[in-house]
Design a protein around this ligand. Sequence first.
Ligand SMILES: [Cu+2]
Length: 186
Amino acid sequence: MRSLLLILLISSVCIACGPSAPDNTDTSTSIEPASTKGSSAVSSAPETVAVASPAGEALPEDEAPSSGTIEFDDPWIRMVPSVSPNSAAYVSITNGTEDAVTLTGINSQVADRIEIHNVEVDAAGTMSMFKIDELMIEPDSTTMLEPSGAHIMIYGLKEPLNEGDMVTMLMSFNNQPPIPVNFSVK
Ligand SMILES: [Cu+2]
């Protein structure tokens, strides 16, 4: 009985110190570089989850959209220490269609949650990032998701990222079918 209580206690402590933050807590003060540094959180040993290898999902390059479509240039994910549950990803999105398109969501099997973030700099020069629900890209224009700017925020990596890995992320738009994009880890 005592050991059962102990196990319950340990479990609840681990959950409390776990990496996943409640929703809506990162809207104000956190600074991008801090989030990618090694976290001191003691993450429990990663369970062996039956997640398909990221490389296994990779689509052939020649399935990329061809004409009058949305194109993705230099998609990459920042490699982080294996103890870090979070990372960020970047890509240039070119809207070659005649209408504005709106990026409304991103999903991947490698992470618990993926958000679109933007950044702002206050009068004191402090940069903070915040979640945005969507990102509009005007026709015939390119929007860059890049370090120090708007970016893709990845929470709760299910397995460590290794340099050279390819990670498929499904990009959802308001007026387009979802588009799988292969991001390289570097
Ligand atoms: Cu962010």
